[in-house]
Design a protein around this ligand. Structure first.
Ligand SMILES: [Zn+2]
Ligand SMILES: [Zn+2]
Length: 215
């Protein structure tokens, strides 16, 4: 492949990583993505989609103030998430101090910014489930499935870099009747909703907007 736009495509030798994302409520696999090594963790997380985050139509809510815990390292996006992580670490360090009297070196949680962390630089164990948390408590399992190195004969049909992370699997979000009208299927979920005594509230688009218009 010759020409000025070579850099728009992934070159042979580049690593492609498959990543699974699981539903926060029923734990089923909902997405599989492929990203390439030079992309950042934020590039990947920005592609995540969760029913719960659709509430309030905050398009950015999926990755806004979120973090991942991968091995002993935290990766955050947003200052509120960073603050939360620091609280968690200081709490667990306190407890470790009391129980084990460890040297400071052994308390080795590190904090990184998602936007500055390339996928290829992540310290991960493939196939091991890790935590992705957003919306202050909507927890997803994220799993790095495998890594492939792109070979010369695999780039006959190149895909532009800006198409990545590619969605290669999209599971069906479980159908559930709306708690409002009980006829349509729910498209939005409100976690721990006060209207439902702290349980999850499932709503269709119509009932959700009616509820909002009353506020
Ligand atoms: Zn979620
Ligand atoms: Zn409804």
């Amino acid at each position: 492949m010759m020409g000025a736009n070579n850099s728009d495509f992934i070159a042979a030798g580049e690593s492609l990583v498959h990543v699974n994302l699981y539903d926060s409520i029923n734990g089923e696999k909902v997405f599989e993505y492929v990203c390439y090594g030079e992309q950042t963790l934020l590039d990947l997380i920005s592609k995540f989609y969760c029913l719960i985050a659709r509430l309030d139509n905050k398009e950015h809510a999926h990755h806004f103030n979120s973090y991942c815990l991968i091995e002993e390292n935290f990766y955050y996006n947003g200052n509120a998430a960073k603050k939360k992580i620091e609280e968690i670490i200081s709490f667990s360090n306190q407890n470790m101090d009391e129980e084990h009297d460890l040297e400071p070196l052994e308390k080795n949680n590190l904090i990184f910014e998602m936007s500055k962390t390339k996928i290829k630089n992540l310290r991960i164990v493939f196939g091991r489930p890790y935590l992705f948390r957003h919306l202050e408590g909507c927890d997803h399992i994220i799993l790095f499935k495998d890594l492939r190195i792109l070979t010369e004969n695999q780039i006959n049909d190149p895909i532009k870099k800006d198409k990545y992370p590619l969605v290669v699997f999209e599971g069906r979000l479980r159908k559930r009747k709306c708690d409002g009208c009980r006829t349509k299927y729910a498209e939005l979920v409100s976690l721990n909703d006060s209207l439902k005594g702290g349980k999850h509230l499932y709503l269709c688009e119509q009932c959700h907007s009616n509820l909002h218009n009353q506020e």
